[in-house]
Design a protein around this ligand. Structure first.
Ligand code: FAD
Length: 387
């Protein structure tokens, strides 16, 4: 039996708190996990619905302190997706003999949440992976670490953070030693499409970088490193996944209704890209992190790490970006995209929607050239009419 509709964000809270283990997370036809109840085990206690973060939203914190930050170590910053602030936070917690949770690859290159306990493992969590990560039983692992009085840093999407917090409060666990860090989130793409994307290359793949800075932070470039150490960040294929991501058609349906896309956050610290930063010379095209300190704990941690970073104070007005204001808009032709995928397959949508296919390139060249021919005033008029 299904518990909820497509507004479910797959946060696994109900799965984790069910007293009878009657809930299983199963993939739907788009590859996103949803909870299902085994009616033979269910005792109808209603906890799954009562505690759900959508029915029982967690209080958001008030206006945060805003900073632009860079890791002082340029090598680590280059390996990170933004300004490398995550690694500084992780170093801080590891130095306290704590543990760090974040997203990495499993042996089949599925994106999964994992715990690391040493600096040598940190590289696994570094870098954005544009796929909804699999949480499995990670919440109970966090609970055990806190019971054992460990410091814990948990990084994830805002819905994952809200869910973990609700889970620990439900378990009446003291969370004084837990640092919750959420990402500014555009939305999470489908694990099924990611599996499709790497199905022919994964056996030879060493690592997949969803966002490298070889061509600069402002230039979204993907990179595939193979086991024989050859590197691909030039071919149309190696760049095609990001184009699919940028179409917004591959995101989880609930992301278009996300209630966490606001400046008021559920975490202690929020990290993201500080796009369009206007502070003098701060942007060297190697990545700048936007950091929001949302709680007293967040501010305390920042005090402790601030000597290890380059930072400058900013403000709410200057740092705003789309997903701090509203959810990503659902494309009008999302359904069509998925229909093409089901009926014609992954290669077809890749060719149709990304520069991997000739038709896409020709269509876009025509679009750009036609657009150049239209005077700006007329363009603005058309825009206003379409509004
Ligand atoms: C799906 C997705 C969408 C994003 N959308 C935006 C956006 O719209 N605007 C914006 O400013 N920033 C966005 N980010 C965040 C940004 O890209 C950086 O990840 C973030 O700023 C941290 O960068 P860093 O340089 O500090 O460290 P990095 O070393 O780049 O740290 C990456 C951190 O993100 C975690 N992480 C990576 N992939 C996932 C995942 N799939 N699920 C959960 N956690 C993950 C890792 O565990 C690690 O802790 C997004 C990230 C993801 C994964």
């Amino acid at each position: 039996m299904k518990i909820c509709n497509k507004n479910c964000c797959g946060c696994t809270l109900c799965y984790n708190i069910c007293p009878k283990n009657a809930i299983t997370m199963l993939e739907d036809e788009e590859g996103f996990q949803y909870p299902y109840i085994d009616e033979t085990k269910c005792i109808d206690c209603g906890l799954c619905k009562k505690e759900c973060i959508l029915n029982n939203p967690i209080l958001k914190n008030n206006l945060p302190l805003v900073y632009a930050c860079k890791n002082k170590d340029d090598k680590i910053r280059m390996e990170s997706s933004s300004g490398g602030i995550f690694s500084v936070l992780a170093d801080y917690v590891l130095a306290l003999n704590g543990v760090v949770y974040g997203a990495t690859f499993d042996e089949n290159f599925n994106v999964v949440h994992e715990k690391i306990m040493s600096k040598t493992e940190l590289f696994k969590l570094r870098g954005s992976k544009y796929v909804q990560s699999y949480l499995g039983n990670i919440f109970s692992s966090v609970l055990n670490d806190l019971i054992n009085d460990k410091y814990v840093l948990f990084v994830g999407t805002p819905c994952q953070i809200a869910s973990l917090k609700s889970y620990l409060l439900f378990k009446k666990q003291n969370i004084n030693k837990l640092i919750l860090c959420d990402l500014i989130c555009h939305g999470v793409p489908s694990p099924l499409l990611w599996r499709e994307h790497i199905k022919n290359i994964k056996k030879n793949m060493k690592w997949y970088y969803f966002r490298t800075k070889e061509n600069g932070w402002n230039n979204h470039t993907e990179k595939i490193v193979y086991k024989n150490n050859s590197v691909d960040f030039n071919s149309a294929f190696s760049q095609s996944y990001k184009y699919l991501f940028h179409t917004d058609k591959t995101l989880r349906p609930s992301c278009y209704e996300c209630s966490f896309t606001s400046i008021n956050r559920v975490s202690d610290i929020t990290i993201g890209d500080y796009w369009g930063i206007k502070i003098n010379d701060f942007d060297d095209n190697k990545g700048v992190s936007l950091v929001l300190l949302n709680t007293e704990l967040g501010k305390k941690v920042f005090e402790a790490i601030k000597n290890n970073i380059i930072y400058v104070k900013s403000n709410e007005k200057d740092c705003l970006q789309v997903n701090l204001i509203r959810p990503t808009e659902e494309p009008y032709d999302r359904k069509k995209f998925w229909k093409y995928y089901y009926t014609k397959g992954y290669d077809y949508v890749l060719k149709k929607y990304t520069p991997f296919g000739e038709k896409y390139i020709i269509k876009n060249k025509i679009k750009i050239n036609v657009s150049k021919l239209i005077p700006i005033r007329l363009k603005n008029k058309i825009k206003n009419i379409l509004k």
